[in-house]
Design a protein around this ligand. Structure first.
Ligand code: G6P
Length: 366
């Protein structure tokens, strides 16, 4: 094909390993936070809007969910996220002062385009897209745009498009915060520094691959898996479960860990691996008690913890440590081992990793 595989076995693996480059390309030239990085008219629009409505499908929807946590916490702006195929057909209450944000790798997903047009038809004129295809319909039809520079993504299961979307959405969060008077110069400098360090932080996470391969051997023999996360990392748990089901065909579900006792705990037995995204954030103690609930039912925990967290391996509790805790940007790091876990589990099961059955890279028909 046009894109060479090089030393990799599959495009998905290549694209996972390209993420440091994809993020650094996406952030290239960003030396300060300013709304203009989203277009000339962005300042006036950001000043005026009182909320954000994100519309997307699939993996792009999960980057939108992550952005909701950022936008509300950092910019103090109300943010709703809707699955495009739902939004386009439901009677909702249009808010002309809302910024409509579509997120799309391809820029051509039929439901996302239709949702955008539906919002516009209802009088929502302020639109922005985060898109990986500069000449796509989405970019043409939105007032503002930020083009991610993931490069061509061949694997049907999205990886580098997702992390570059997150980088762009974090920039959006900071720009909104600035316009709303919630970003000091010190915070701006600190966040820019953290963003610049992302490529090397991701490279360090990619070095965990051998440990993840060992876990994948155990996963390959399972038919079900549960993913848990809280807060900013709940959408990352959802994305981890989606990756696993898409390419390994293992049934996987994700829950915000606080919901365990409202249903999924009934599924937990020795046969149920429970993947837990456990960054060392203010929710860690709550998460640990959720983990105990799983252990008490015999569930086997596979935990992605941060270097400085006090979670240690024991019977039925496996831990892989990420090199550092990364604050607000932590979801960008924590999704990477989940991508690798799905990839290596699929490899062990012998599925067609880059072209999973029944799925398409870009869904341009309804
Ligand atoms: C398909 C792909 C997914 C992708 C989704 C949305 O289902 O297989 O990887 O997340 O479409 O695509 P988009 O191009 O709009 O991000």
């Amino acid at each position: 094909g046009a894109v060479e595989l090089g030393p990799y076995r599959h495009y998905m693996q290549k694209e996972i390993f390209e993420q440091p480059r994809a993020i650094s390309d996406t952030l290239e030239g960003i030396t300060a936070i300013t709304p203009e990085i989203f277009g000339d008219k962005a300042y006036g629009i950001f000043k005026k809007i009182d909320s954000v409505l994100i519309l997307a499908c699939g993996t792009s929807y999960y980057s939108g969910m992550t952005a909701k946590y950022w936008i509300e916490a950092v910019a103090g702006v109300t943010c709703n996220v809707e699955i495009a195929s739902e939004y386009r057909y439901r009677d909702s209450v249009p808010n002309p002062n809302s910024l409509v944000v579509t997120i799309s790798q391809s820029g051509e997903t039929a439901d996302t385009l239709a949702a955008l047009r539906h919002a516009q038809a209802q009088g929502m004129r302020h639109t922005l897209t985060i898109c990986n295809a500069a000449t796509s319909a989405m970019v043409r039809e939105c007032e503002l745009a930020y083009i991610t520079r993931a490069g061509v993504e061949v694997g049907v299961a999205s990886t580098k498009a997702f992390t570059t979307q997150l980088a762009a959405l974090f920039l959006l969060t900071l720009s909104l915060a600035q316009v709303k008077g919630r970003l000091s110069d010190e915070q701006e400098a600190a966040q820019l520094k953290a963003m610049r360090h992302l490529p090397s932080a991701i490279t360090a996470v990619l070095a965990l691959e051998p440990q993840i391969i060992a876990w994948a051997e155990a996963f390959a023999r399972k038919e079900n898996a549960l993913f848990l996360g809280r807060g900013l990392h709940y959408p990352i748990a959802l994305e981890g479960a989606l990756k696993l089901k898409e390419i390994s065909y293992i049934h996987a579900e994700a829950y915000p860990a606080g919901e365990l006792k409202h249903g999924p705990l009934a599924l937990v037995t020795e046969e149920m691996p429970v993947v837990t995204v456990a960054p060392n954030d203010p929710m860690i103690e709550k998460l640990k008690s959720n983990m105990q609930e799983v252990r008490a039912r015999g569930g086997e925990l596979y935990v992605f913890a941060d270097a400085d967290s006090r979670i240690t391996s024991g019977p039925g509790l496996h831990v892989i440590r990420l090199p550092e805790h990364y604050g607000l940007l932590s979801p960008i790091l924590h999704v990477v081992p989940l991508q690798l876990l799905a990839y290596h589990t699929a490899l062990a099961r012998g599925t067609d990793v880059d072209k999973p059955r029944n799925l398409a890279k870009s869904v341009t028909v309804e």
